[in-house]
Every structure is written in structure tokens, then in C-alpha cells.
Design a protein around this ligand. Structure first.
Ligand code: ADP
Ligand code: MG
Length: 621
């Protein structure tokens, strides 16, 4: 601790526990790509400058208003120090404590875990974890941060730490607005005080920073708003570098859309779809990824309303001359102009995805795999783009083994006379095809879409129809299918017997079913459970049962038991009922439970096992 003589009161403070863990990982491990620390510090400096630029547009009282907005780097290879200075927004004492001593991130526990598990390559993601500053401890044995906030009358502060357990904080004299970060390099990191090394790193990672960067007095970056340039003049490499810069990414994007429009609004946009979906890794909700500019001036970083929430995985830049420079976050939210901008960009982006689906189906399949969930989110939460979103849906089906189909392609394959689109949910193709619902469709040569995610049924029942064809779950009771020629040769029970058997089954099963009736659809199975409530498909019930284990089958919408009156088992049951009512009851209950299990719903296992023993006993007699 640097307890200076006199009034200078430095206090020592502990890092928050999660920060200690992050530092422990950063300080004690060996990394091959330590140079990313510079990119993280420059990115923080650029953020601070962007914020300052924005404040000076909207706020009159900015300290040291005449300071140029720039980033200055001094490398001293004799003293082995690197100093990075920005004239950005700066930090007050409280902000230093908050920003450099704690992790604001909501999922900070998950984050520490992920960092700890990360291999060398993944540690380069440290910036995406929202803890980029600490990367500097990979190369520095001590870091001093001198900062003065832009707020009128703010005092200067010095924060210092060796990255182990605690830091000190105290007043600092003679600072101008902004932040100066002084790194005392570790013995094995002296190379980073080399001017050439630093210039190379900046060219590699930070060439799109929109403020001048100087290294020992020499300017190293050329500032360019790539999105305003002519498409034909931009190379693939420039695009990719820009993506890496803006998305804080180390790989290339999956898709890129660069477009401009003049009417109804002047828009210049450069949008990217990343390769990975970070929400899947358990980081919680992503922040919006698009920055809003007006004539190359950043209005808002990660602007919230410029794209709908469900496009939060998209990274990039939107520049529009029609947006007022001093628009605030609050006005952004309910501005009609912003809403029009959002509609225009979203529509264009969805059309782009649809083109990609046609022109590069394999790449689109990759997109669908990674980001399909966001399209589904859009479909259930946003009606504005419903038709364009529905075009993007892809599913497996009984007709497309190993491939995905769109709803439009399904309709093209429909035989004449088919009026509905059928779908059925199940965890895998094998399970669906072994289940009781498909046989009726197979026998009639009708294609059925396979949905594998529990959310799919919700999406499809919400969508209700596509190109005027109703979407119908194959486990619905109200389904009208064409009558089938029976090829088995088996006679059905006569209608009197059926009536009597159905009535008896209803009495025997009581509340467990709302109705028992003769099936027109079954071919191989003796019985099947169907749903009367069209919103409540079996997969929705599986979700509900998983949440609430005590929910009985009847707790979840009305169930119809359909029986196959050509099936030997059902015929024998009709006869047995008159001879041995007790055993017939056992058999009926077992048939019902089997039908539940085939539907993927939970039945009471104890009852089933007990009954099976009774039945086996008879069978082995
Ligand atoms: P992130 O940049 O993702 O928020 P960092 O660990 O890089 O995470 O930085 C933490 C916070 O510290 C930043 O959000 C910012 O508020 C503050 N900060 C870091 N560097 C600077 C700087 N040069 N000027 C002003 N604030 C800064
Ligand atoms: Mg950062």
C-alpha cells in the first residue's frame, strides 16, 4: 500500500469475491494470446470517448471541453511500462470502485465458471464476458488507473492494484478529464513495451476504432466508417476485420448484410450474424448488438430499439440521417421514427435471411440450428413480421429424413384434397415414428412435420395457419381423416358391441377420460389418447408435467380414448368383459396406461407394474 505522507489518504479495499476468482485465473495461468489485453484497454478507452462525445452533444457541462478526443499510448522499454490515456468520460471515485472492483454482470457466477473452464483459446473471449479490464493483469504486475470524470467540478482519483486480493484508492492531483492506465509489465512481458509490437497489435485488433490512436507520438490507425463506403470497394477481409472489431469476436461471421436505402428513410446498415449463440452457453440474455449512428457520429451503443428484442443476436451498425443527434434513451423508446426505422431494417433483414435459405441452404441450416430459437421467439411475441418469420421456419418431417423442410415446401408436396398441415412433437424421429400417432397418416400417405422442441407446438398453435392451411397437431381428437380401405381383412366389432364396450370403458376409467370412442384412424395400435383442447398438445402437457409432477393426466385438458375395433386385443376385451369383469378392468386400465406412455405422458409406474404381474400370472397359467 502506498500510504503517502501528509494528507494523502489512500484506503485499501478488497475485491468482490467473483473478481478475486477472475483475477486468480488471469494472473496465475499461462496464455499464448496475452496481447489481447491491449485491445481490451483500447476498447474501454474508445467506449469512454464515445460516451463523452455523446454527453457533449446533449450536456453543456463537460469538464475540459477543449481536449481533443483521442487515445494516446506511451511505451517505455527502459522502464518496462505501457501507459494508455484517453480523454473520455473518466470515472469518479465511486465509479472506480464499482467498475474495477466488482462485476456488474448478473450471471457472474456462471461467468467465473466458464472462464475457469476455458482453454487458452477461449480466454480470448474475456472481453465478451464483460471483464476485459482484468486481462491487463496477464501482462502487468501492477496497474495504476488515474481518472477524472467529465462531470463539472469532479476531482481526480488514483486506483492501484497488483491483482491479488485488494486495491488501493486515493485522491490524485493535476489530472485532466479522462483516464490514464499505467501498466508495470511482468518480467516475462517486457516485449509489450516495444513500439513495433504495440503498433502491430493495434493494426490487428483495433484498426476500426473511431478515434485517433497514437503510439509514442505517431498516429497508427486510419479512422473509417466502413458502412458508408461503396460495397464494391470493400474487401472480404475488411468486412471480417470490422465484424471482429464491432462484435468483439475472434472468428468470422456466419452472415453479412450491407445495404442502404433512401426512402422512406435514409439508412445505411451493416449487419452480421455471428457463428455462436452465447445465450446457449448460459450467460443469460444478450444485450442488443447494434450501434446507432447519425452521419458517422455514434448516437447510441448497443441501441435497444433499433431492432426488435428477438434480433438481439445481430451485431452491426445502423446509420440514419433522419435520427436527431440528441435523441435520448427515453425518446428512442417511443419515437415513431425509431419504430419506422426498426420495421424497415427488420423487414430487410428477414428478406435477406429468406434469400440465404434459398441460395445457401446448408449455411442457412447452420443458422437455423444456432439461432432458430430467436425466430420462434419473434413469431410468438411480435405480430409485425409474422409472415416473413413463418417463411423462415424449418422442421424435420416424415418425408424428409435427415433434411429440413419449410412449410411452403410441405404444401408443395401435399396431395390434392389435403387441407391441413399436420405436425407431431417428440424428442426424436425414432420415438415419433414408434408412437401411435403416425400410423393413421402413414396409411393415408400424408406427410407429418416432426417438431422436436417443446416450444415448437406453442409456436405452431400460435401461428394457426400458413398460406391458408390450418396447422393441426396429429394428436388432436377432432381430426377428420379420409376413410381407409381396410387391408387387414379383420372384421370390426359390430356397432352394438362397440357402443357397449365404449360405455363400459368410460365407466371403468371414470374421470381419467372425457370420452371413449371408436377410432377411424388407428391401424396397428389397439388404442390411442387424443386431446380435445387444440392448444394442449401432448408435448405441451409433457412440459407442464415436468414442471408440476403432481399434475395428473386429467389436470391438463380433456382426453379422448380412441379404440381400434379391428384389433384382436379390443375384440377380446369386449368378450372378456362379460365373463370376467374384474380381470377385464385390469386389462382396460393397462391399455389406458399404455396409451398414455405411448403419448409420452406420465402414468403411475407402481400401478402399471402391479397390474403387469397380474396379467403375466394369467398368461403363464
Ligand atoms: P466492459 O467494458 O465489458 O464493461 P471492462 O472490464 O472492460 O468491462 O470494464 C469495466 C468497466 O470499467 C467499464 O464498463 C467502464 O464503466 C469502466 N472503464 C474501464 N475503462 C475505462 C476508461 N478508460 N474510461 C472510463 N471507464 C472505464
Ligand atoms: Mg471492456
Amino acid at each position: 500500500m502506498t500510504e503517502a505522507a501528509g494528507e494523502k489518504a489512500f484506503e485499501t479495499r478488497e475485491f468482490q469475491a467473483e473478481v478475486k476468482q477472475v483475477l486468480d485465473i488471469v494472473v496465475n495461468s499461462l496464455y499464448t494470446d496475452r496481447e489481447i489485453f491491449l485491445r481490451e484497454l483500447i476498447s474501454n478507452a474508445a467506449d469512454a470517448l464515445e460516451k463523452l462525445r455523446y454527453e457533449s452533444l446533449t450536456n453543456q457541462t463537460v469538464e475540459d471541453k477543449e481536449l481533443p478526443l483521442e487515445i494516446t499510448i506511451e511505451a517505455d522499454d527502459k522502464e518496462h511500462t505501457v501507459t494508455i490515456t484517453d480523454s473520455g468520460i473518466g470515472m469518479t471515485k465511486d465509479e472506480l470502485i464499482e467498475n474495477l472492483g466488482t462485476i456488474a454482470h448478473s450471471g457472474s457466477k456462471t461467468l467465473v465458471q466458464q472462464l475457469a473452464d476455458a482453454d487458452r483459446k477461449d480466454l480470448s473471449l474475456i472481453g465478451q464476458f464483460g471483464v476485459g479490464f482484468y486481462a491487463a493483469f496477464m501482462v502487468a504486475k501492477k496497474i495504476r488507473v488515474l481518472s477524472k470524470s467529465y462531470q463539472a467540478g469532479a476531482a481526480g482519483w488514483e486506483w492501484a492494484s497488483d491483482g491479488i486480493g485488494s486495491y488501493t484508492i486515493g485522491p490524485a492531483e493535476g489530472l485532466t478529464r479522462g483516464t490514464k492506465i499505467i501498466l508495470e509489465l511482468k518480467d516475462d512481458a517486457y516485449e509489450f513495451a516495444g513500439t513495433e509490437t504495440i503498433k502491430r497489435i493495434i493494426r490487428q485488433y483495433s484498426s476500426f476504432v473511431s478515434f485517433p490512436i497514437t503510439v509514442n507520438g505517431e498516429k497508427v490507425n486510419t479512422i473509417q466508417a466502413i458502412w458508408t463506403r461503396n460495397k464494391n470497394e470493400i474487401t472480404e477481409e475488411e468486412y471480417n476485420e470490422f465484424y471482429k472489431f464491432i462484435a468483439n469476436a475472434y472468428d468470422e461471421p456466419l452472415f453479412r448484410l450491407h445495404f442502404s436505402a433512401d426512402a422512406p428513410l435514409a439508412i445505411n446498415a451493416l449487419l452480421f450474424v455471428p457463428k455462436h449463440n452465447f445465450e446457449r452457453f448460459g450467460f443469460g440474455r444478450m444485450e442488443p448488438g447494434v450501434n446507432l449512428y447519425c452521419r458517422k457520429v455514434l448516437i447510441q451503443q448497443q441501441a435497444e430499439n433499433i431492432l426488435p428484442e428477438w434480433l438481439r443476436f445481430v451485431k452491426g451498425v445502423v446509420d440514419s440521417e433522419d435520427i436527431p443527434l440528441n435523441i435520448s434513451r427515453e425518446t428512442m423508446q417511443d419515437s415513431a421514427l425509431v419504430a419506422r426505422l426498426r420495421r424497415a431494417i427488420t423487414g430487410r433483414f428477414l428478406r435477406f435471411l429468406n434469400e440465404q435459405a434459398k441460395n445457401s441452404p446448408d449455411k442457412y441450416a447452420e443458422f437455423w440450428q444456432t439461432f432458430g430459437i430467436f425466430i420462434k421467439e419473434g413469431l410468438t411475441t411480435d405480430f409485425t413480421h409474422r409472415d416473413d418469420l413463418a417463411k423462415l421456419l424449418r422442421f424435420e418431417s416424415s418425408a424428409t429424413e435427415g433434411k429440413l423442410t419449410s412449410l411452403a415446401e410441405y404444401i408443395e408436396r401435399m396431395p390434392e384434397g389435403q387441407k391441413e398441415i399436420y405436425y407431431i412433437n417428440g424428442p426424436t424421429r425414432e420415438i415419433i415414428e414408434a408412437g401411435p400417432y403416425l400410423e393413421a397418416f402413414r396409411a393415408r400417405n400424408l406427410e407429418v412435420i416432426y417438431t422436436h422442441e417443446p416450444v415448437d407446438d406453442f409456436v405452431l398453435s400460435n401461428l394457426m395457419e400458413y398460406q391458408e392451411k390450418k396447422l393441426v397437431s396429429a394428436d388432436q381428437a377432432e381430426l377428420e381423416l379420409a376413410a381407409l380401405e381396410d387391408s387387414s381383412g379383420a372384421e370390426p366389432l359390430d356397432s352394438e358391441m362397440v357402443q357397449a364396450l365404449a360405455g363400459w370403458l368410460k365407466d371403468t376409467l371414470g374421470d381419467r377420460v372425457s370420452e371413449v370412442k371408436e377410432s377411424k384412424r388407428l391401424v396397428e395400435s389397439p388404442a390411442v389418447i387424443l386431446n380435445q383442447d387444440s392448444m394442449m398438445t401432448s408435448s405441451m402437457q409433457r412440459v407442464m408435467q415436468a414442471v408440476n409432477k403432481d399434475l395428473g393426466a386429467m389436470g391438463m385438458g380433456k382426453k379422448v380414448l380412441e379404440i381400434n375395433t379391428r384389433h384382436a386385443l379390443i375384440k377380446r376385451l369386449a368378450a372378456l368383459r362379460e365373463k370376467d369383469a374384474d380381470f377385464a378392468k385390469t386389462a382396460a386400465e393397462q391399455i389406458y396406461d399404455n396409451a398414455l406412455i405411448s403419448a409420452g405422458l406420465m402414468a403411475d409406474p407402481r400401478g402399471i407394474v402391479e397390474r403387469m404381474y397380474q396379467i403375466l400370472e394369467r398368461a403363464l397359467d
